[in-house]
Design a protein around this ligand. Sequence first.
Ligand code: SAM
Length: 291
Amino acid sequence: MPGASRLEHGKIIMAYTDADFAFLRSVVFERSANVLDPSRDYLFEPRLRPLLNSTGLETLDCLVESLRQQPDPGLERSIAEAMTVNETSFFRDRAPFELLRLELLPALIRRRESSRRLRLWSAACSTGQETYSLAMLLAEHSPQLGDWQVEILGTDIFADAIARAQTGRYGRLEVNRGLPARFLLKYLQRTGDEWEIIPELRRVCRFQQRNLCSGSLLLEPYDGILLRNVMLYFSAETRCDLLVNMHRILAPDGFLILGSSEQPGEPGLFQPVLAHSTFYYKPVARLHHPR
Ligand SMILES: C[S@@+](CC[C@H](N)C(=O)[O-])C[C@H]1O[C@@H](n2cnc3c(N)ncnc32)[C@H](O)[C@@H]1O
C-alpha cells in the first residue's frame, strides 16, 4: 500500500506504511547483514534523500514500489550503504592503540624478524582513519621496518567511504578528533583547507570495497585484524559466521581487536587477553572449524 501524505505547516509530510519500512529493512539486511531496529525507521527518509533525488524517485514508497516491481541490485546496495553508520576517528577509543603501540606491534615485529613481512587488516574501516592510525604506529618503528614488506588493508562495504579513504584527505574537524598534534605534523601535510596523509604512509595502505558477510574470504593470513564497531549491527548468527572466518584468516600467533562493546561470542575460537586496560583476542588452535 503506498504511503499517504498530509499537510503540516504548509509542508507535505509523507506517512509511510510499516510494510514500506519492513521492506527497506529487509533490503538493508540482505545487502549488508545490518539489522536495523524499527525504532530507527525515521532515519530512512533523511539518509535516502540524496538517493531519491538522484534516481528521480520522489518518495520512499515510490522507491519501494519500484524495487518490488523490478529488483535492482545496484540500487539495493546503495540503500544499504546509505543506512550504515560510518562514525570513526583517528586512534578511536585510544586504549586499543596504546595496546598496539606498547605491546602487540613490538612483539609482532620481533616474531616476524626472519620473514620481514607484516600484514594488518582494518576490517570495516569506514573513511580510513583507523587504517592510517595503524600505519602511523608502524611508521614509528620505521628504522627497523625500512626493508620489510608491510601491508595494511582497509576494507568497508560503503563505496563512498572507501573512495574517501583512498584520497587520504581529511578536514579540520576530522584531524582534530583523536590525532595527536605530533602525528598531525609528522604524518599529514596541509593542502588548502584539508590535510593529506603523507605518501610514505599511503604507500603501505591499500583499500578495497568488501562486504564482510558476503562469504568471499581473503586468502592470505593476516597478523592482526581490527574488527571494531561493526559487529554490533549484525545478528548473532552473522557475528558467529564472521568470527569463524576471522579465525581462519588470522595467523596462529596473530591478534584480533574488537570494539569496546563487542565480544567474540562463539566460545573456543578466541581467548581473551586483558592488557593495558582493554581486551584483545588470540586465536585458539583448532583442528576443525565448526562450519
Ligand atoms: C561505526 S563504523 C566503524 C569504523 C571503524 N572500524 C571504527 O571503529 O572507527 C562501521 C563501519 O562498518 C561498515 N559496515 C557495515 N556493514 C558492513 C559489512 N557487512 N561489511 C563491511 N563493512 C560494513 C560501515 O560501512 C561503517 O563504515
